[in-house]
Write a new protein. Sequence first.
Lengths: 298, 295
Amino acid sequence: MDSNVIETTNVSRSFAKSIAVQDLNLRVRRGSIYGFLGRNGAGKTTAIKMLVGLIWPDRGDIKVNGVEPARFTVEDRWKIGYVSEKQILNPFMRVDALVHFTSSFYPNWDFTACDRILKRFKIDPTKRIRALSLGMARQVAFMLAVAQKPDLLILDEPAANLDVVARREFLDEVLDLLREDGKTVLLSSHILSDVERVAEEIGIIAQGRLRISEPLDRLKETVKKVRFYGFEKGMNGFEISDAFNFSRTSNEVLATLRVENDSQLLKLAAKHRCQYEVIHLNLEDIFVEIVREPKEPT
Amino acid sequence: MKAQTPFWSLLKNELAIGCFGGTGQVASVLFVYWLCVGALPLLVVFGDSNSRGNIAALFEAGFLPIIAFLFLSCLAVWMAYATVPAFCDLLSPGGAVPGAVQHLGAFEFLFTRAVDRRKLFRARATVFFVFTLTPLFLNVLVSPFAPEIRFGPADSTSVEAVRRYEQYLKAFPESHPAMVPGQIVIPHGAVAYTAWLAWSGTLAFLLLQGYGALIARRVKPNSWWTAFFPGAPILFLLSSLILAARASRTTHVNFYENSFLFFSAHPLVMLVSLAVLAIVIQTWCERRFSKLEIL
């Protein structure tokens, strides 16, 4: 069995004249919770839709559980649970009827999990979908994805429309799921605190390109914001080519970059005769630094 | 062993069984609908006291182009709903309707479950087939019990009428003179007529289904184009019917009558051709549908 449940190689997809995803190289390790982050329109949903076989890449290769989404069989789909960003369920169906209908496609349907999740989220199974709040409808969609007992669960903004308590319960449910061996979750969300709570690995996509993909601990440990100041010979020629974000004012430079060790910064400061200050970042800061446009010089 | 998608589950979902009622309730509604709609083509033959039982009057009256246009227009819109996700999104943005007439979200939900997309399309096509064509097939079933069908043009002595007599005698060699002067009895005429209607309806269904599957991947969520593509067959039909009416006035060739006679003269060939066409179009549509993108 491959160690990566998702592998994409140079995947690109455009719509009309706009490039939604460009040269995406995504690797999601089996058994991990992968937080897939990006701003609105960054290409997250397009990438996810390609993973589940709703749209096809213009070029590049995608393998999910070792199979191209274009060649998914019914058996391949048993292993992939998906909750979309705007999951619309049949509004006229009762929750129990929807469960019954969806269960007919899965041989290992977990009715116990359905009951547990419905109880946990306090959803009446005899209610029609249209009688549920948006948040509850999303919980039903989540339940349907979990009850099929997938190896890979892909959740696109699953916590949208959920209140704080429901979000917590939802995250607990995701964690419960991970306790089962071999389960993998790809979680795309705007709520970074949620992702930070559960994700082990993080991928950040900006303007269709995957800017970073690595374990959360390493990301927080190594990505720093550094303020360079006190330039003795001026700032001309001061560049950091591999910085995630780089901006300069009249007398200082702010750069977000990967700092593996202090000697790297010491060398840089010595070379340009300046001083520096390291600012530690949390996930939200890192995300903002990576995805935002550099400031114009003032 | 290959996993199978339960067809009956999909069919029930497409029929909205479980949304508005059980199988019995949905079947009852369908049956009443079929009885109402199914009587329409036969009413044309048997309803008017002046032309009752005279098939010539039917073709001369010009009802058929109107019925055909209405039937095909409805079918074109329904097929667009079944096959073009962008069209569903245009007509019911942000909402959803149960059954085969569904919102884009229903496509997305089913496309991401462990559902064989080809079977999903087959279930969807079955529902539309059952809705639109069952009345025509019910007519075929009851047609052996229908009163006899005769042929007697209004002006039975004209050159045109003589030519039509010859055509009818060629298509129905067992025809014999009727009690009414100037008319001939067409044996099994009601069966031939209703079978021709069902055959034509099935052909139209298959062609529109093929057109839907052809354009489904090209139509993107852009209101103008999305509205135009499913509407194109309707515009085509309308212009064809106007042109055919004009041509038949000048050439005295009735397209519908000629089609009926050709079908009646070669029923086996026409049925086999339709069956082959159905297999080819259905297979092709299912393959295209399974590769559909949900943007």
